[in-house]
Write a protein that binds this ligand. Structure first.
Ligand SMILES: Cc1cc2nc3c(=O)[nH]c(=O)nc-3n(C[C@H](O)[C@H](O)[C@H](O)COP(=O)(O)OP(=O)(O)OC[C@H]3O[C@@H](n4cnc5c(N)ncnc54)[C@H](O)[C@@H]3O)c2cc1C
Length: 256
């Protein structure tokens, strides 16, 4: 959001000319996480793993799409960033109701998509960073993709931030040779984690251990990194010198 009134007026005018997407459904899933389903007013083709750019109040932001291309609604998984931590669009989205609308850029963007040339897909995400993996896995299940293995590693501070755990655990249980799902909490002693019995530590610190455990061949494996830029940089610093293949989607820039 700009404080220059003329620029703000131009931005609002530009956003007003974009197609709309209607809020069809919304669900708060933790104290600062929510799911939002949008019904675009124009066809919105995309590839699993791509993002949509939406806006309101003169502010636009990109969001990885969690739904698969075959689904009717565009599903987003969003963290509410408090205004005191720099949140601008998310406080507005947090307050939106079903039936209201956002602007949407008409084209999906992004190259953080399924890398079919590799057979092993290690998908490392922090909290909302799981969204593009959900899209890729839903589409792969729907398409009956064969010959590929998916290893999803999700990190969060608290266990209630694993919003897609039921879905991903089901996939792993139903396709044990194809899908593996690992979750880890970085604050094991927090009250919100009192019933947690799984792995602990930041997800970036566990990647090497799990790559070794799964005995993955470097030349036929791609590591997808999504979400917190600190996680992405740390994993790259650990794995790049060893020659692993990566793709990444950073959700924001690290402070200088
Ligand atoms: C390609 C791409 C895809 C993205 N996909 C998603 C997504 O699926 N879900 C999502 O919630 N966000 C996503 N983001 C981030 C999103 O675009 C916004 O930046 C975010 O929602 C905060 O918006 P804001 O206007 O409230 O605050 P901003 O002014 O955009 O950011 C303020 C600060 O909030 C923090 N922040 C930003 N995003 C997050 C986040 N996701 N989790 C925790 N802290 C954050 C950072 O410290 C940032 O400096 C994506 C960003 C990119 C570039």
């Amino acid at each position: 959001m700009t404080t220059d009134p003329e620029r703000q007026a131009r931005l609002l005018e530009r956003l007003a000319k974009l197609p709309k997407a209607w809020v069809a459904k919304k669900q708060e899933v933790s104290e600062d996480l929510f799911l939002m389903w949008l019904r675009p007013e124009v066809p919105f083709p995309f590839k699993a793993g791509q993002y949509i750019t939406i806006g309101t109040g003169g502010i636009e932001r990109p969001y990885s799409i969690a739904s698969a291309p075959y689904e009717k609604l565009i599903e987003l998984f969003v963290e509410y960033v408090l205004p005191e931590y720099g949140g601008k669009l998310t406080p507005l989205l947090w307050e939106m109701h079903v039936g209201e609308s956002v602007s949407m850029r008409p084209k999906a963007k992004g190259i953080f998509t399924f890398q079919s040339e590799y057979h092993n897909h290690v998908m490392v995400g922090t909290v909302t960073g799981v969204a593009p993996f959900v899209s890729i896995l839903r589409q792969s299940e729907r398409d009956g993709v064969r010959g590929h293995r998916f290893f999803v590693m999700e990190g969060a501070s608290h266990q209630d931030e694993f919003v897609y755990d039921t879905e991903l655990e089901r996939l792993a249980a139903e396709h044990p040779d194809t899908v593996t799902y690992v979750t880890t909490v970085s604050r094991p002693n927090a009250e919100r984690n009192r019933s947690w019995a799984g792995p602990t530590g930041r997800v970036n610190t566990l990647v090497e251990e799990y790559l070794a455990k799964w005995s993955l061949p470097k030349d036929d494996t791609v590591v997808y990194l999504c979400g917190n830029p600190g996680m992405i940089e740390d994993v790259q610093a650990r794995l790049k010198p060893k020659g692993w293949n990566f793709i990444e989607e950073r959700f924001w820039k690290e402070e200088e």
